[in-house]
Each structure stands twice: as C-alpha cells, then as structure tokens.
Design a protein around this ligand. Structure first.
Ligand code: ADP
Ligand code: MG
Length: 684
C-alpha cells in the first residue's frame, strides 16, 4: 500500500464502510492517515470506586439472570443486572438489543461506562462490554478516539488504520529534507503517523505530533511566502470623495461607537485613503462590535460607486449578516443594493445573484466562500472582508489578485493572536485591535456545575424565558454514538421540552441539516419565535441574537476553552444580564480548566491561562486557534515549533524566493500540494 491506495483495498473495508469513509473525505490510505484522532483514552483499572461516582469506571461484574429487552417510550431498552460482591449495578443499553446475545447469566465481564448512583444501588448506561483479558490488553495502550460523523464509528476508523500499519509493504513518502529533520529532532514521517494514530504512550504521542505540526507550519509558511512573492504591495486605485459620509453615518447610529471602535475605524479609513491597498487584520473579542465597522467601510465604498464583499464561514452567519445589513440601511436611511450569495442556493438563484454581482455598481455583497468557488466576477470590487476566518482571509488577497481583482483586504477575527505570532504567520499585515466592549454590557455571570444541576438549570431557563428572554443549549454531537459522554441533540431537545412547560418553544439545530433548514431555524430564533435553541457548535461563530441571555453548555469539558469562550460570546450582547452555565460531565479535575472561564471574560487571558495549565502533550480536543484552519497545529501550544518552522521556511525563501531550485523532489511535490490545497479552498 501507499498513500494513493484506495481505502477499499484495506483489509476489512467493505463497500458500505468505504462509503462512510468517503463521506468523511477519506478516499485513500493517505487521507486515512491524515484523519487524526481527536483524543485518546486510557482505560481505568478495574474496580468500583463509590467516591468516583459519575465518572467512567470499569467494573468486573457477574451477570445475574438473563438480560431483557423492551420497547421504551422513545426507544428500545436492554437491561441486565450485574453484581460485584455486595454491590448491585443496573446495566442499561439503548437501541442495542444485540447485547443480550453477548451476555451469559452467571458469567463475569468487564463493563466500562459512567457509574451513577440510583438509590441504594448503582447504574451504568451504555457500558462497553469486554472479556477480562481483552480489557487488560486494551489498558496497555492509548486508545485513539476519532472524530465521527455520517454514521462512521471511531472503532471502524481505528481498525482500518491498524490494518494499514499491519501492511509490511506500506510505503509512505518522506516530505522533509533529512538534514532539516536532524536539526530539529523530527522523526521520519512514517513513524510520526504511526505514533499519532497508535501511540504506545504519551511520550510517543508528543514526538509524533511534533513532527506533523512542524510539517503543517512549514508548508503553510512556504506556501504563503511563495504567494506573497508573486504579489507584493499594491497601489491603491480606488479614489474616494472627501465628503464626511462615514462620519455622518456614525452620527445617525442608534448607539455611540466605543473609543476602540472609533480608533480602529479611523485607522481603516486612513488605509482606504492612502497610497497603497489596505491589508489589515482586525482583532476584537466576541461581542466587541466588528460587524458595524465592516458595514461602515462597505457603505463608504458603495457611496463612491465601488463594490465590496463580506465573506463568512457558514451559511447561517451569511444570512444573519445580510439581515443586519438590511436593517442597518433602514436605520440609516440608505438604499445601497445588498446581495446575498451562499453555497446552498439553487442553481438558478445562484446564477441570478452572480449576474447581479457582475452588473450592480456599488453593491454590498455577502456570502460564504461560495463567492469564490462559483467563479464570481465582480463589477468593481474595492474591498474584501473576511469574518471569522483568519487563514483564508489572509490568503484572499493573493487569491483575488490571481483572478485579476486587487481590492483592499480586511480580515476580522475574535481569535486573539499575540502580535509576535501574527507577524510570523502573516508578515506584512497591519493589525488593529478593539480592546473594549460596548458600554451597555453587563459582565456575563458564569457557573461551572456538574450534572446534578441540570434540573436547576432548566428551571432557570424557564424563568428567563418567562421574562421574555431566550436561551441556547449546546450539545457536542448530532447522534447517539458510541461516545458514552455525548448527548444527542435531537433526543436532547425532546427531553428538554418535556422538562419545560408547553409554552416554551424548543427547537434544535445541527450541522447535518441542510443549509436552508439551518438558516430558517436560526432566523426563527433571531425573530424571537423560538425560545430555546438546542444546537451543536454550528452556532459557535459570529451569531448575534442580543435577546438571548442564557448559554448552557453540556459536556463543557469536551470543548476547548477558546470554543467555550466563543460560545459564551453568543450571550451578553444586549443590555440585559446574561448567564453562562457550563455543565461538566467529566471529573473534578476538569473543573480546573473550566474555572478559568469562570474567572474571566477576556479571550487573551483565557488563552494564556489555559496554556499554563496544560502540560506538554495535553493538547487533544483543546485547540485554541480554531479559525486559523490548521489541522493539528495550535499556534499557542506549538509556538516554539512555529518559530523553528518559520526560520527554516525563511532560510529557504531567502535563498530562493520562487523556490525554483528546490532539488528535493518530495519537498516540491508537497509544496505544490499545499498551495493547491490553500487555493482550492478558495477554488480558483
Ligand atoms: P462581534 O465583534 O463579535 O462580531 P458584533 O459585531 O456582532 O460583534 O456586535 C455585537 C452586538 O453589539 C451587535 O448587536 C451590535 O449591534 C452591537 N454593538 C456594536 N457596537 C456597539 C456599540 N458601540 N454600542 C452598543 N452596541 C454595539
Ligand atoms: Mg462577528
């Protein structure tokens, strides 16, 4: 096997499994090896620990009697009783009647799951069942947990990966020069891949990951350097009237801009009037009010007859910005054309929008990345703004200029990147920071609690809804899967509405719904027609419903602090007091990390504290720099690898800016791949 071998050639992968893998974007052995685990579990020793109630435990139990399956109200339930000396444990499985055949009365098995107290006895829901020797064997390794979706199970991925590494003829290309690996203590690529998928211990995991992170940074930086070399600083050809148009708009806003917003606005206006094109990163914590600034700039350009575009990562966010822009125009008495274009539109509608974009002077265009993917031609694009997507935002200048467009570039992000790192990543970019929240905001009140608080939280939501507010509840996964910890959005929403009075309208939202459906549900929530929105993290980025005052996050311990901070940023956007409830379903230890959020509402502080708390190798599931688009690398955690990779990339680029003399064929190929990947995201 090699990297381009199709997954169907892997032992044990039939056509159905293959189809599932393909839905995850995994077509080849190479894809499979780049589909990294999101976490690893180390199984606990066998034994019942009453003091660790609520945590994952492994019990060696004798099965009393025959297991039973019955149809419950919503699903099929299988139960069995297990015994450990004086303890009795009720074992419960949902939609897993085949478990019955696996268990014999009077035999002993290891049951691994979350142990909860039920009156005087104990219960375990959805435990995994092992033979004792299999459990002991599994305990010796770190078990990879893969991100799952589309009905594919983590165990299926793990099995396929195992088969790949079992192949003695497996050939994996090396893509870094040997001397570079020696200099930075990097293991060969094949070893690194094995170490990240099947680490024998933490040490190996760290070693393997370091090499792959280096690779990720290195090719990103080389690719960026190369693109930059091909473009360079551009002259500003967009003439603007000096008639105080923006200032007049600011006067008419229903609120005063904060000092920080004013400062940033004037920096950006200076750019628009200067000799060179703007190329700026605007950082501002969640809720600091970036959208209005983008709107003001875009309106200014419309006023001068130019087009501008705002690009966002999700359809939901695009639709929301569109509504915001329309209502801002109404408030300000403007009538510039606003055009929305998203990937989920029907072909005919898209075509019509594309025609409008090609013809309408002075239009404000809003869209997802489909804006680029669909070969859009602008009439006279003067400014491209990207919201919440650092990495591609910065590449956009290059991408656009290859299409013959040379607009001003503005990248907006809530991910706090220290200046030193931003310089490594983006070189010549100017940076503005909004370091102040609007005055009408009350600090969000936070709490980190365990599952026994759920009932109270529901009551609290009920109370807030009765007072005319709205609430979000976040669940991590869409479907009941083998991940015992996960709550399922759909059934969660059903359970939640059973707990709440009929007058409270509960809706749900998840990533597997169609774009139109998502947008519709989001719009209903924004319009106040729904009171509680149960959702996955699709709403993490950018969503703005100022009337929502409660954010409740289930399985909070499973999220990175940056993601949680983003989620929290969905409330506290108006003048009412807002609340954030983090439910920790993990152990007490996890509370420490969550406490950081409890203490502060400041994104920069949170990122740095989180880093201090984590040891080396403690990085899984806690990526900070989400919107940078790296797969493994985390610019905070891996800052030293980033600077090493940057030095190597710089050295190479200085000697050979166009990389025309690279002799290492592998390096060349990888570079081409990276560039293609970067550009294909913008599809040129
Ligand atoms: P973000 O920076 O997270 O993108 P938004 O731009 O969505 O934040 O703004 C959040 C909310 O704050 C919006 O409802 C917006 O209208 C409001 N807002 C923005 N600036 C101010 C201000 N200076 N005073 C009061 N409210 C503001
Ligand atoms: Mg925003």
């Amino acid at each position: 096997m090699n990297e381009s071998t199709p997954v169907s050639a892997i032992k044990g992968v039939g056509s159905k499994t293959e189809e599932g893998f393909q839905k995850l974007g995994v077509y080849s052995v190479g894809d499979m090896l780049s589909y990294f685990p999101r976490d690893y579990v180390e199984l606990p020793p066998i034994g019942l620990f009453p003091e660790k109630e609520g945590q994952l435990q492994a019990l060696f139990l004798r099965v009393d009697g025959t297991p039973l399956t019955r149809r419950g109200r919503r699903m099929e339930v299988t139960t069995a009783q297990g015994r450990d000396g004086q303890f009795i444990v009720q074992l419960v499985w949902f939609r897993m009647s085949y478990i019955r055949k696996m268990l014999r009365s009077g035999q002993c098995y290891v049951f691994y799951g979350r142990l909860v107290k039920r009156g005087t006895s104990y219960a375990m829901e959805q435990p995994r069942v092992y033979k004792r020797e299999d459990y002991e064997e599994a305990r010796r390794r770190m078990i990879p947990v893969y991100p799952v979706a589309q009905g594919v199970k983590s165990t299926q991925l793990a099995r396929a990966v195992k088969e790949i590494f079992n192949d003695r003829d497996l050939f994996i290309n090396e893509n870094l020069p040997e001397e570079l690996c020696l200099r930075h203590d990097l293991v060969p690529r094949l070893s690194a891949l094995r170490m990240i998928h099947q680490p024998a211990d933490k040490e190996e995991l760290i070693t393997g990951r370091k090499r792959l992170v280096f690779e990720e940074f290195f090719f990103f930086l080389l690719g960026m350097g190369l693109l930059k070399e091909q473009t360079g600083k551009e002259k500003n050809r967009f003439l603007l009237k000096e008639d105080g148009f923006t200032e007049a708009l600011v006067e008419k806003l229903p609120f005063d801009l904060t000092k920080a917003q004013e400062k940033v606005l004037s920096e950006m206006k200076t750019d628009l009037h200067s000799e060179h094109l703007m190329n700026r990163l605007l950082q501002g914590d969640v809720g600091s009010g970036k959208t209005i600034l983008a709107f003001l700039l875009m309106a200014e350009l419309s006023h001068n007859g130019y087009q501008s575009a705002l690009m966002v990562p999700t359809e939901v966010l695009a639709a929301q910005h569109y509504e915001t822009f329309l209502s801002l125009e109404k408030t300000l008495g403007l009538a510039f054309p606003v055009i929305l274009l998203t990937g989920n539109m029907k072909a005919a509608e898209k075509k019509e929008k594309q025609r409008l974009i090609a013809e309408t002077e002075g239009a404000l265009v809003i869209g997802t990345h489909a804006l680029f993917q669909e070969k859009v031609n602008f009439k006279n694009l003067a400014l491209a703004v990207t919201d919440e997507q650092h990495r591609f935002g910065v590449l956009q200048r290059e991408a656009l200029s290859e299409k013959g467009e040379k607009p001003h570039i503005l990248v907006m992000s809530a991910t706090p990147i220290p200046r030193t790192l931003a310089i490594i990543l983006y070189g010549d970019l100017d940076i503005s920071v909004i370091d102040e929240l609007p005055k009408n905001r009350l600090p969000i009140k936070n709490c980190v609690v365990n599952t026994s608080w759920r009932e109270k939280a529901y009551h609290f939501i009920e109370k807030e809804v009765a007072a005319g507010h709205q609430a979000y509840v976040i669940c991590p996964l869409v479907e009941e899967s083998e991940n015992l910890e996960a709550e399922d959005v759909v059934s969660y929403a059903a359970t939640l509405s059973e707990h709440l009075p009929d007058t409270v309208k509960v809706e749900y939202l998840h990533g597997r719904m169609s774009g139109a459906e998502k947008t519709e549900k989001m719009e209903r929530f924004a319009a106040g027609e729904t009171d509680v929105l149960v959702s996955t993290t699709v709403i993490e980025v950018g969503i703005n419903v100022p009337n929502a005052t409660v954010m409740m996050v289930e399985n909070a311990e499973r999220f990175g602090l940056a993601a949680l901070h983003q989620l929290r940023g969905r409330v506290g956007r108006g003048d009412a007091q807002s609340y954030c409830i983090f439910i920790n379903t993990g152990d007490e230890e996890k509370n420490k990390r969550l406490e950081i959020l409890n203490k502060s509402n400041d994104g920069f502080y949170i990122a740095s504290e989180d880093l201090k708390l984590r040891g080396p190798g403690d990085f899984m599931g806690v990526r900070q720099s989400g919107d940078l688009g790296f797969v493994l690398a985390d610019i905070y955690q891996d800052a030293s690898v980033l600077s090493a990779a940057s030095e190597e990339a710089k050295r190479i680029l200085e000697e050979d800016p166009r990389l025309s003399h690279i002799e290492n064929e592998m390096l060349n190929r990888q570079l081409e791949k990276e560039q293609q990947r970067l550009l294909s995201r913008l599809n040129l």
